[in-house]
Every structure is written in structure tokens, then in C-alpha cells.
Design a protein around this ligand. Structure first.
Ligand SMILES: Nc1nc2c(ncn2[C@@H]2O[C@H](COP(=O)(O)OP(=O)(O)OP(=O)(O)O)[C@@H](O)[C@H]2O)c(=O)[nH]1
Ligand SMILES: [Mg+2]
Length: 231
């Protein structure tokens, strides 16, 4: 479900016009888009995790992502339809370098992924966090840490304790999961929904006039959040 035909500026807008009701004289309503980037070494399973969330299954075959793939899912939170737009980024330097600035522009949340069976993907995390810092991400942008491939139990090289310590030191919640294990389907869903709930609570929609006119919707940001990263 990647969307190669959509241009970058279209993908970078955080509001989307939705079709107006048939026969309605009101202008179309706007629905919100939460842009969430998924970052981490090549092969950790970013494509599989995002595909799992958006398509509900583990992809049969993946190839290294080039640039970025967009995956989207519309969810309803407290009666509001929100489009979760996942940016499945490339882990390989040569496939990402021309795109990096687009990844971070107007981003609402960052999901860092490592592979629990691959210690070096865990050791790379400080470099990924540093990249965020280089792109001046605000403290209000939530970050979460995901250890993937937990189905490969005998091959685990990054223990939960170590990962939890790292997550704590960067004020990030840690989730260990598997994009592959069918029993973890709800878990993968819960991870992204947790981020969406967090974003919705951070940015409540304030309706100052009745719905339907352009000026009605204001996004109000809380100044401080408990769920921030000190990186
Ligand atoms: N056993 C297992 N394999 C997985 C899991 N997630 C991904 N894989 C496998 O790991 C390999 C890499 O997965 P991708 O999702 O393509 O990795 P990526 O992070 O998108 O890699 P780049 O696009 O190069 O950055 C593939 O062979 C997947 O089948 C998982 O949860 N469990
Ligand atoms: Mg990929």
C-alpha cells in the first residue's frame, strides 16, 4: 500500500480535505493526519511492522526500502477520524541520504526500531537519536522504542533489561514485539495506536465555531508533555 504517485508536498500536509457529504452545501471537512516516521538500521523490520499495522498481515517478501514508502491507516479515536501516515524510511545510507530532510519535516512522532536478534542494530540507536537531534526535533515530538523479531526467541541478543535501561535513559517507552508472529498482531496495532492517542491528547481539536468553515479548526498544542525524550 505504498503511494508512489503522491508527491512529497502533498504527503507533508498535516490536514487533508475529505469529500463533503452528498447534497451538502458546506465546504468539505478537514481531517487530521499524524505523520509518524519509522527509523532504524536496515533489516530490523520497519517495512514489515508498518505493513503489518496498515495491511494487517506480515508481507511475504520485502526488499530494502529505497527513499521512503508511505503507508496509511484511518483510525477513529474518541469519535474523530484520524489518518495515521507512516513513513517507512530506508535504513541503508545510500537509499536514504537524499530523503532525510523530508523524513523530519513536520513530523509528529518518531518510532525507533531495532532487531532483538541483532546487537549492532541496538548499538546504532544513539546514532539515530543523534540524527533526530541534528534535525532539531522539538521536545513535544513523542519518541518510542520498538524491539522487533521477538518471535526468534532462541536468537535474542538484546535483553529486555538492557533495552529498558536505554529506553528509560532517553525517556522513551519500550515495546518488544514481532511483525511476524500472528499472536502479536494486536500488539503491533497497539503500539501505533498508543502513539496516535498520545498525539491526539497533545493536540486537541478546538472547535471555536460550528464545523464546516475553514476558520473553525484550530490546533492547540500543550506546551509540556511527560512523554518526551531528552535527546
Ligand atoms: N522472524 C522475523 N523476521 C522478520 C520480522 N520482521 C521482519 N522480518 C524479516 O526481516 C527482514 C527485513 O525486514 P524489512 O521489514 O524489509 O526491514 P527494513 O527495516 O524495512 O529494512 P530497510 O528497508 O533496508 O531499512 C525480512 O526478511 C523480513 O521478513 C519479525 O518480526 N520476525
Ligand atoms: Mg524497509
Amino acid at each position: 500500500a505504498s503511494l508512489p504517485d503522491r508527491n512529497m508536498s502533498e504527503m507533508e500536509s498535516s490536514l487533508e480535505l475529505t469529500t463533503s457529504l452528498p447534497g451538502s452545501s458546506l465546504p468539505p471537512l478537514r481531517s487530521r493526519i499524524f505523520k509518524i516516521i519509522v527509523i532504524g538500521d536496515s533489516g530490523v523490520g520497519k517495512t514489515c511492522l508498518t505493513y503489518r499495522f496498515c495491511a494487517g498481515k506480515f508481507p511475504e517478501k520485502t526488499e530494502a526500502t529505497i527513499g521512503v514508502d508511505f503507508r496509511e491507516k484511518v483510525v477513529e479515536i474518541d469519535g474523530e477520524k484520524i489518518k495515521i501516515q507512516l513513513w517507512d524510511t530506508a535504513g541503508q545510507e545510500r537509499f536514504r541520504k537524499s530523503m532525510v530532510q523530508h523524513y523530519y519535516r513536520n513530523v509528529h512522532a518518531v518510532v525507533f526500531v531495532y532487531d532483538v536478534t541483532n546487537a549492532s542494530s541496538f548499538q546504532s540507536l544513539p546514532a539515530w537519536i543523534e540524527e533526530c537531534k541534528q534535525h532539531s526535533l522539538g521536545v513535544e515530538v513523542p519518541r518510542i522504542l520498538v524491539g522487533n523479531k521477538c518471535d526468534l526467541r532462541d536468537a535474542v541478543r538484546v535483553g529486555t533489561d538492557l533495552a529498558q535501561k536505554f529506553a528509560d535513559s532517553h525517556s522513551m517507552p519500550l515495546f518488544e514485539t514481532s511483525a511476524k508472529n500472528p499472536n502479536d498482531n494486536d500488539h503491533v496495532e497497539a503500539i501505533f495506536m498508543t502513539v496516535a492517542h498520545k498525539l491526539k491528547s497533545q493536540k486537541p481539536l478546538v472547535l471555536s465555531q460550528p464545523l464546516g468553515t475553514e476558520s473553525t479548526v484550530q490546533l492547540q498544542q500543550e506546551h509540556k508533555s511527560a512523554w518526551v525524550c531528552g535527546c
